[in-house]
Write a protein that binds this ligand. Structure first.
Ligand SMILES: NC(=O)c1ccc[n+]([C@@H]2O[C@H](COP(=O)([O-])OP(=O)(O)OC[C@H]3O[C@@H](n4cnc5c(N)ncnc54)[C@H](O)[C@@H]3O)[C@@H](O)[C@H]2O)c1
Length: 310
């Protein structure tokens, strides 16, 4: 690839993606767009490409990139704080940003890989499959359903065009610190244990998440370019790991022994369990996660502690 664009590249997944793309394609022209509403410049230390500071929901793509085309566009930008309940703000930012991007990419059929989210599955607790009906429980998830709808509508109009959604489950790893309360539970619990506090989770810590290491998420996002057709793929580890199990692993890796402190769940829309069915990703993208939760948490703690990671 000679020319690649990444939106949301100052964010958690976006910056890991940018740095991996730069590593794999050292001669490519890489453009990052971000407006820093939740991203952080420190995530892009070492980035050698071109940065555009702009709000995608208002960006005039043709004016900005008059003489440039791209071999691929990766769209990671989004409001990612799921507790932002302003319905217009959340939907306008996430949906209009994507619509403008698709309108720019359409004439040249630039392949587009975009971030979908497991939040679209809602509060069910079965293993989650791509084709099950969406059941968004908050406006963030609703906006992600609209991205999937837009992708399907645009792809149907031009069957030769590839628009692929990567439906991330709970991603964790380096460069998520800036997300603060929106960072992964693994990171939140790590910080509490490091501060010598008992790790706090909702009663009784049995909620399960499909935690996926950012290195696996990035690899799959890049591999999505080779998808045989436009569609959405689940991106998880394929395992549901409980908060109690996360605490056990953190204690083991940090040499601590802090028991969980349970408290009442204040949210009506909290997912009890998420688990990705990876059949499609495994067969069509040859996805094979390198980091099941126990190995992934060990790798992450090692990196956070400045020890050698995998
Ligand atoms: N991290 C996860 O567990 C997870 C799970 C499911 C889906 N996702 C999706 O993956 C993508 C990346 O998430 P992340 O965890 O890296 O979050 P993040 O908040 O770290 O990154 C999002 C980036 O998008 C930027 N951004 C937002 N709106 C923008 C706009 N209008 N114009 C320009 N830049 C804008 C932010 O400044 C930020 O840098 C998002 O689309 C998110 O919804 C993430």
């Amino acid at each position: 690839m000679r020319s690649i664009l990444v939106t949301g590249g100052a964010g958690f997944i976006g910056s890991n993606l940018v740095l991996e793309l730069q590593h794999r394609h050292p001669n490519a022209h890489i453009v990052v767009i971000d407006d820093f509403r939740s991203g952080d410049f420190r995530n892009l230390i070492g980035f050698k490409g071109e940065f555009v500071a702009a709000d995608l929901s208002r960006l005039d793509w043709n004016a900005q990139f008059r003489n440039l085309s791209f071999d691929a566009i990766f769209h990671e930008a989004s409001i990612t704080d799921t507790t932002v309940h302003d319905q217009f703000l959340q939907t306008h930012n996430n949906v209009e940003s994507f619509r403008r991007l698709l309108d720019f990419a359409a004439p040249s059929l630039i392949p587009v890989i975009y971030a979908s989210s497991a939040s679209v599955y809602g509060l069910g607790s079965n293993v989650m499959q791509e084709d099950q009906p969406p059941a968004p429980a908050n406006v963030y998830a609703f906006s992600k359903v609209q991205l999937d709808n837009l992708a399907r509508i645009y792809a149907r109009r031009q069957p030769a065009w590839k628009i692929v959604g990567v439906r991330y489950f709970n991603v964790y790893g380096m460069h998520e610190a800036h997300k603060k309360a929106a960072a992964s539970m693994i990171y939140q619990l790590y910080l509490q244990i490091k501060a010598g506090k008992r790790p706090r989770v909702f009663h009784s810590g049995g909620q399960r998440r499909d935690f996926v290491h950012v290195k696996d998420a990035v690899n799959m996002t890049i591999d999505a370019l080779s998808a045989p057709q436009s569609r959405v793929y689940n991106c998880g580890s394929g395992r549901a790991f409980s908060f109690n199990e996360v605490i056990d692993e953190l204690n083991r890796n940090l040499g601590t022994d802090l028991a969980p402190e349970y408290f009442e769940n204040p949210y009506g829309f909290y997912q009890p369990r998420t688990e990705a069915d990876l059949t499609l990703a495994r067969t069509e993208l040859k996805y094979s996660p390198e980091f099941p939760p126990i190995r992934g948490i060990a790798d992450y703690v090692a990196a956070l502690e400045g020890r050698k990671s995998a």
